[in-house]
Ligand binder design. Sequence first.
Ligand SMILES: Nc1nc2c(c(=O)[nH]1)N[C@H]1C(S)=C(S)[C@@H](COP(=O)(O)OP(=O)(O)OC[C@H]3O[C@@H](n4cnc5c(=O)[nH]c(N)nc54)[C@H](O)[C@@H]3O)O[C@H]1N2
Ligand SMILES: Nc1nc2c(c(=O)[nH]1)N[C@H]1C(S)=C(S)[C@@H](COP(=O)(O)OP(=O)(O)OC[C@H]3O[C@@H](n4cnc5c(=O)[nH]c(N)nc54)[C@H](O)[C@@H]3O)O[C@H]1N2
Ligand code: SF4
Ligand SMILES: [Mo]
Length: 885
Amino acid sequence: MSLEVRTTCPYCGVGCGVIARREPSGAVTITGDPEHPSNYGRLCSKGSALGETLGESGRLLTPMVNGREVGWDTALDSVANGLQQAIREHGPESVAFYVSGQLLTEDYYVANKLMKGFIGAANIDTNSRLCMSSAVAAHKRAFGADVMPCSYDDLERAKLIVLAGSNAAWCHPVIYQRIMASKQQNPDLQIVTIDPRMTPTAATADLHLAIRPGTDALLFNGLLVYLEQQAERNSLFVRQATRESEAALAVAALDAPDIARVAKGCGLAPAAVERFYRLFARTERVVTVYSQGINQSSSGVDKINAIINCHLLTGRIGRPGMGPFSLTGQPNAMGGREVGGLANQLAAHMELESEADRERVKRFWEAPAIPRRGGLKAVDLFDAVEAGRIRVLWIMATNPAVSLPDSDRIRRALEKCALVIVSDCVAATDTLELAHIRLPATTWGERDCTVTSSERRISRQQAFLPAPGEARPDWWIVSQVASRMGFSRQFNYQRPSEIFREHAALSGFENRGGHRAFDISGYADLSDAAYEALTPRQWPLTRREPSGTCRLFSEGLFCTEDGRARFVPVTPGPPKNMPNQEYPLTLNSGRVLDHWHTMTRTGLSPRLASHTIEPYAEVHPDDAALYDLADGALACIESPTGSATVRVRVTAGQQPGSLFMPMHWNGQFAETGRVNALLPGVTDPLSGQPEFKQGRARIRERRYAWHGFLFSRRRLQPVGADYWARSRGAGCWRYEMAGDLTPQDWAGMARSYLCSAEQEVGWMEYSDRAANRYRAARFVDNSLESCLFIGPDLELPPRDWIEVLFGKASLDIAERASLLSGHAPDKRADVGRIVCACHGIGEKRIQAGIQVQGLNSVEAIAEVLKAGSGCGSCVPEIRAMLAAG
Ligand SMILES: Nc1nc2c(c(=O)[nH]1)N[C@H]1C(S)=C(S)[C@@H](COP(=O)(O)OP(=O)(O)OC[C@H]3O[C@@H](n4cnc5c(=O)[nH]c(N)nc54)[C@H](O)[C@@H]3O)O[C@H]1N2
Ligand SMILES: Nc1nc2c(c(=O)[nH]1)N[C@H]1C(S)=C(S)[C@@H](COP(=O)(O)OP(=O)(O)OC[C@H]3O[C@@H](n4cnc5c(=O)[nH]c(N)nc54)[C@H](O)[C@@H]3O)O[C@H]1N2
Ligand code: SF4
Ligand SMILES: [Mo]
């Protein structure tokens, strides 16, 4: 009998419902849940490839202490003893937790409870600091609480959607699909994208404002002034429901008196600015969506308040189809905010600084002590680790050696730390390499708790697979450690439903009149069976409103003492990391469609890896000419903190003077491709969020004596290559490589890569020493085991047909010969670079469809080839191919 469960995708904050079906054979199929209100059956490429990332291979299966496998008892005792000893000798502030928006709510709740209630310090921070903390701070300033008032439904009701610093087509693909579907039904819907570079999201917008990096606050200050000048102020709303409008307007008028000034400052054409302002002024139903292009800035909080100011002035908030909309990144970024995962929060939207809140939580938890002050924010926390003030650091479900800024320094801090504990589900990450204690956690498919999406919707993750090896849920691990530290009564949880009920009860505890907006007390008495069957609902959710709440602030009442929202006067300066003579370029960073962060899971899927196999930097053609960089060449990028070597992608979509690098690559996939080696730990003074979007850098071509690639069924460690990037292929691992020194003996080097000496069977090789060309292939029982291609320059054979050979049980003579000649035996086998990751359709296949089959529209290509009919994120690329003919 097959087992079927309804669960939630573990990737982005859209929070799509997934149906996972496990067949008796063990195979797992994944489909979108047609009944889940986040996606109504849709999924993006990452969600649909979830089945490819399951399984035991590469997993951390046993607890380990100092490199030795141990039982859970030993591991948990070691953690508890390590924490207690440091607390005894150096005080509670000498230990810290660094947690994650990828923990589930119940995990997060117990980690926060242990630190803030029982260890009695507040040094627990989360990777949401890197992600949402500017939004949290701005919401608190404007609304008096961290509340995002809108729903996805508002995006479908809007007549204008402004996407500020969001590449939703790649990062929130199902929301983007919903927006696009809405536009198809309602062609009047206008979409404005504000992003310094051309993205797939910008490509399909009605208006793309390629803004000068970091100048968004000026644009929105200018909008505020324009709205006032055009008499768009909603006087009644401003008078009754807000304060400080005059101060905000006065400051904005100084900063952005007219369109000409704004256009100049933002590097935009005045007509484009005016068009945006006019659209905004005349459209009542406007939603402004903001994401990392706004948040990850040294003035991110101010930028968000500049956006919210415009919604307050026009009263466009709390009503259908309008409002400021913060997109959350991680699956449970919102849940983490509910439990108080940030160092400056308590739990259930209460404040450490408030004595009443502290007393209340202390009584509820029966806790010995609650700290009076916030703890260290992520970047500061790692500074304290480096300085030796924090002696024990427990990291859960995040990979800071890659994802924090100035990552070489983060690695050094971890190396110095007396005790580093890491809970992760995989066996090898850059952070785990520096851990003394490794704790194997269960992950998606095995874990069983709740998460909250961007629109405040709480959904269940359900297990459909047994936990592999000794892996355990994070809530269990933390509770066990807490018990061993002497708090067994308050952490005696047997199942997640018990934690969830406690969390729900705390949200309603002494919360009279719903003073705290986060209230899910309607769930406080949920039975275990009801928890199992929980359907997705939006908070607040109380006994009086058991079906949840779609939209907040609909009565013009906010969460401040006097119920009024606040305008915040803002005059943000330029980014802290302006380019200078030595480092003349702005370094921007972000995401690609098919990878998730540090690739620990998406890196295992051949389908997802096929779209982008190497780290890269986007460079504008003018800069490419200036620095003599060819498309496809390798380049060295340097900054004041470090350097990286990546492939160059020349594109007119990039802004002159700016580079863009994806954030995903790391020591496991390409040691030299780490963008955070280049970005300094500069943060927003209010939120502590790092400025990941504006670093400074310089670029130059990096020449090598040889270039090559290697395919192997086994995962290898490329030795002798100065540059390498690993990616998953179908049935093989792929390595792109380059080196400074030509080895004396190619065959010897090939053997050291591909096999040990006693395995020297089934070799074929071709060598032209003078031309620095070498090719070798190794077979086991006629099937291709590995192959290596080396040349003096970038002119190497295409890769895709070789991957096809790994899918074959045995190769015929022509195919073997083709390996050595470097030419595909059959032209059809070479599909080219994968464009549509959902269906695995390559560039050449699509080109043939256009040129040979006469397919002349996106729809025709979707119909005949299926390309573009999945998540739709490759549609802009297909459109560009159609235009090129
Ligand atoms: N495929 C994929 N999807 C993901 C993730 C992933 O790893 N992979 N991660 C998830 C997470 S945790 C997050 S936080 C979200 C992030 O989702 P997004 O915020 O949409 O993604 P980013 O690519 O980080 O950045 C968005 C855009 O900001 C632009 N930008 C840079 N500087 C500026 C500026 O000065 N002004 C403006 N207006 N824009 C600027 C960048 O060019 C970039 O296109 O994605 C989530 N979804
Ligand atoms: N330059 C640059 N840097 C950035 C950003 C950027 O835009 N530019 N974006 C920032 C943002 S917004 C974010 S959110 C961060 C993300 O950065 P990270 O959080 O560091 O990235 P992940 O790769 O998602 O790390 C999650 C880890 O948890 C593990 N894991 C998965 N499931 C479980 C589980 O159930 N339990 C446990 N214990 N572990 C699990 C995974 O294997 C992985 O090692 O990166 C930030 N860094
Ligand atoms: S849009 Fe986000 S939540 Fe939905 S399937 Fe894709 S990654 Fe998962
Ligand atoms: Mo994020």
